[in-house]
Design a protein. Structure first.
Lengths: 114, 111
């Protein structure tokens, strides 16, 4: 299994541009999550999904959109990028139940908005 | 008030030392408590989890939860240079839909 994969690894955006961060998992996990990690700020939940067709907002959803048309994929869309969206973005997935609700994280996408 | 508070450190200890990492939280409804380890430029990986109050031991690692004080701890015995990483606490309700992370504590173990 590849686990959780994210593309791209790095990206530089200009203010006002849009982009989609891709996330895919091959473990047939129902739950998927998008987090952002800023220096010294820990992980903040942007959006999550409990299954295909079902998404919900986390702590910091403003400026982002998601969709979940398949179990495997959970893309994150940034519209009108702003410098405040400069961060490292992590996608994660987990099966229902499981040991302590363990989440499996991807390697991250480093995004800079200038 | 933040949901989860964690001292960011950095923490630097000599090899073999006992390390204590801590988090406090505000939501008494949290039921699952986790510790993730994150190496530089990598995604976090689950180290240990505890359900409700109590202790859990796994090798050199011990996790403790005190729900009455809303306080959780991770102890690392006989610390090794390979333990150098950022340690993040996390917690969630019984539903496991949303997870709340601490800011992470950066640990360096010096050989």
């Amino acid at each position: 299994n590849a686990g959780v994969t994210q593309t791209p690894k790095f990206r530089i955006l200009k203010i006002g541009q849009s982009m989609t961060l891709q996330c895919a998992q091959d473990m047939n996990h129902n739950y998927m999550y998008w987090y952002r990690q800023d220096p010294g700020m820990g992980l903040k939940l942007i959006y999550y999904s409990v299954g295909a067709g079902i998404t919900d907002k986390g702590e910091v959803p403003n400026g982002y959109n998601v969709s979940r048309s398949t179990t495997e994929d959970f893309p994150l869309r940034l519209e009108l990028a702003a410098p405040s969206q400069t961060s490292v973005y992590f996608c994660a997935s987990r099966p229902p139940g499981g040991a302590g609700y363990e989440q499996y994280f991807g390697p991250g996408t480093r995004l800079t908005v200038t | 008030q933040k949901e989860v508070e964690q001292d960011p450190g950095p923490l630097s200890v000599p090899e073999g030392a006992i390390v204590s990492l801590n988090c406090t939280y505000s939501n008494s409804a949290f039921q699952y408590f986790m510790w993730y380890r994150q190496y530089s430029r990598k995604g976090p990986e689950l180290l240990m989890y505890t359900y409700s109050s109590g202790n859990k031991e796994d090798g050199r690692f011990t996790a403790q939860v005190d729900k009455s004080s809303k306080y959780i701890s991770l102890f690392i015995r006989d610390s090794q240079p390979s333990d150098s990483a950022t340690y993040l606490c996390a917690m969630t309700l019984n539903t496991g839909n949303q997870f709340y992370f601490g800011t992470g504590t950066s640990l360096t173990v010096i050989p």
